[in-house]
Design a protein around this ligand. Sequence first.
Ligand SMILES: C[S@@+](CC[C@H](N)C(=O)[O-])C[C@H]1O[C@@H](n2cnc3c(N)ncnc32)[C@H](O)[C@@H]1O
Length: 196
Amino acid sequence: MPEKPDFAERYASGNTPWDSGTPSEELLRVLKAGKLTGSTLLDFGCGTGTNAIELARRGFRVTATDIVPQAIQIARDKARGVVTQVDFRVADTLRDDPGGPYDILFDRGVYHCLRTEDLKAFQEFLKRATRTGSWWLSLAGNSKEDTEPGPPVVSEKEIRDELEPLFDIVELREFRFATNKSDFRPLGWSILMRRK
Ligand SMILES: C[S@@+](CC[C@H](N)C(=O)[O-])C[C@H]1O[C@@H](n2cnc3c(N)ncnc32)[C@H](O)[C@@H]1O
């Protein structure tokens, strides 16, 4: 099992390759296809808020959480003067009340971390944060290409075993993550789901 990353230390030292500074192309593709319907949205593990801000700019009522106070502070600073309606909060997805239920959940690079930390607590979070019909778009590392260093990875079988008890998988496709290095684009899964 990969070592649990110390995210506070990584933000403090600037070792955050996932923080591309631009909204996720895969998220934009799904939005363009009109798949994410509803208004309230939770971006859990939002990091420095690039996607949360873009989603708020597009009219979603966004709550965005991260366990690292420094990331939330950067996100709040970035949102100032751009959007007012993002509710940025420091919160632990595995332990704190997520609020909701939300129409939509979004995560980029968080399911693939929390599934190995405490899958039961993560599944409890999913139950509380959604209701029947809620959407969830998860962007996760893909085990077909386990690059080191790279994101934690997950297989299609693991996705189906862990998430299908609660969600219908509407679309499962491969894509490449953008990072803050133009020549580093790890393979990912784009998992679009609807709560049963
Ligand atoms: C790979 S980063 C992705 C950040 C952001 N989603 C993005 O795309 O830039 C994973 C994020 O999850 C956050 N995180 C890890 N464990 C968490 C937890 N238990 N609760 C909330 N956030 C967590 C980390 O602090 C980090 O910002």
